[in-house]
Design a protein around this ligand. Sequence first.
Ligand code: BTN
Length: 257
Amino acid sequence: MPLSQESLDAVLGLRPFRFFPQIDSTNDHARAWLLEGAPAGAVVIADEQTTGRGRFQRTWNAPPGTAILMSVILRPEVAPSKLGRATMVGAVSVAEALATVPSLPMEMIGLKYPNDVLLVGRKVAGILAEAVWEGDRLVGVVLGIGLNVRIDFTGTALATAATSIERVTGVSIHRTDLADRLLKRVDHWAARIGERSLFNAWRGRLTTLGQRVSVRLSGDDTWAIQGLAQDVDEEGALIVRDDSGADHRIIAGDVTL
Ligand code: BTN
């Protein structure tokens, strides 16, 4: 069944939402809606995204009928130092929504630091959480989620790095229902954004810990640090121990195994 205004009307109940058959970026639209006063939990959903954004100015586009592309408005009451937890909200929520799909045991689902959701070791979803400020006042956070449902990466540069739910399971996915289940997990974790339980759920699914990692810092093509991913902390930083035994606290690195 197509993702549509009607199908979303039928399942989302009272949740404010804006649906677009085609959009440039759901995050950009959600940002404007947040500044106009959209409430927490409101969501922008699109069937096709043409100039979507990923981290580090990467693009994140999806043809019609192939993905769940959404941006949820959060109005978290946490210290600025804890805003990184919005990414945890997104990642844990996607993992838990995926776990409701038949033929997807938990062991197939993992999180790669800091914002990727993996299915059998390949990226199935990305999270882009963007804080929106008016001067020094935090207006809210736009939590962008791109989840591959039936994108065919065969023959593309992403063939070995990315996957889609239907490719792995062979099960036909009803995107509206899955989007609804995902939004309910976002509601749950957004209400607990400052709590230890969120950190524990995120940390417990991170496949990155214990792995050898190379850290590329934002916008830089060189490998800045190589070492063992030791742990993460409550603010979402990754602790990497380099070969000389020194620990580095990585906040906004791009981590590659
Ligand atoms: C990443 O892995 O780099 C993050 C990708 C985030 C993509 C989603 S798709 C919906 C939302 N709108 C955007 O423009 N980006 C996010």
